[in-house]
Ligand binder design. Sequence first.
Ligand code: AMP
Ligand code: GLY
Length: 428
Amino acid sequence: MKNTKINILILGGGGREHALAWKISKSDRCQQLFIAPGNAGTRLHGTNVFLHLSDVESIRALVLKEDIKMVIVGPEEPLVNGIVDFFESDNALSHVLMVGPSAKGAQLEGSKAFAKIFMAEQSIPTAAYKSFTPETLDEGLSFLSKNEGPYVLKADGLAAGKGVVILTDAEEAKVELTAMLGGKFGAASSCVVIEQFLDGIEFSVFVLTDGVKYVLFPEAKDYKKVGEGNVGLNTGGMGAISPVPFFDTLMIQKVTSRIIEPTLKGLQKNNIPYKGFIFFGLISVADEPFVIEYNCRLGDPETEAIIPRLTSDIVSLFYDLHEQKLGENPIDIDPRFAATTMLVSGGYPGDYESNLPITLPDEVTESFVFHAGTGLDDLGGIVTKGGRVLAITSLDAEKKKAEEKSRLLADKIYFKNKYYRKDIGFDL
Ligand code: AMP
Ligand code: GLY
């Protein structure tokens, strides 16, 4: 089966999907690649098909028309909404190899309350917590009065990366809790988890798993705050570094035995099928790892940093996933550092202008330019289409040099109001 070439579909249209498209298109096992909806960068590696990810009937029609045999689901929303279950329950689609978990598995990301109960059952280290609903608002308010800050308030459901609020003042936290339970994030905040604040350094660990076997992908550290020195508002991610120097043998051992393996055992115990990536959002507190969150997909911009370091054929790994062979073939990783710098629209993560023309250097040899929020205008010119616009990744044996190459290229790319952090990697 491995020797036949197949048609493959990637769902999504950000920097993560461009990095995956670049990688998958190089595979000997890939015949034709489709990306839906894709962006101005993904079209260089395959065919973009415009559709909404919630439109499963159009996805179904595309898969049947183009004889697609493998689908990689980039973002969390379709997974949480059950796209994998939809494929499995449809006779015409059930043969398609899906990379992404069932809706049940995606609950690890889709419900913070579910994830907390799951971790408690498996004794996985995570912040102490309590959850509250509109019916228990008064209890929540007195919980905040009785405990010291900082207060970490998390909307239970998906809130486009905005559902976590950290406050130091108890009165402000009470106002926020009331607003969240009052529907600030819609149904996503009809349940709110209040967590112990963990003070440490965050990093992201990724496994590809069939729910039993797994392979460890390269780890990364992302930079979520908009401002240099990690200040200001949270964003989807302003850059990433891989590898993470403190993810050493001892830390790998701790993360594997205390977090990764108990997570897989928990999935098995609860009969949760899971064939896809698990992204462990971790924090090291005095050299001890804790789980901040689970995600049921790869990270963005972490993917733009880790995929260029993966030398193994990724489509073969996806076959291994479906043939219960993960871990049988070694996974090859480029030991060099990858430094990813995100170019964003001025104003992001607040309001920003879109459809601004982008000028790219004619030839880029030293780095990768992964498109995130880009599209084409009527004349075929590349324009901005989102807050996060382009991810620049450079590799070098020296971390500082990789960072510098990305900065230099970021400087040579032009669009109005372009902004990027010049300090990605400063704290490692
Ligand atoms: P999440 O969406 O759960 O990843 O949370 C977003 C960000 O909030 C994380 O990347 C952390 O920076 C921060 N955060 C979440 N939970 C905690 C916690 N318990 N202690 C400290 N910071 C946290
Ligand atoms: N970079 C964090 C995320 O993808 O959720």
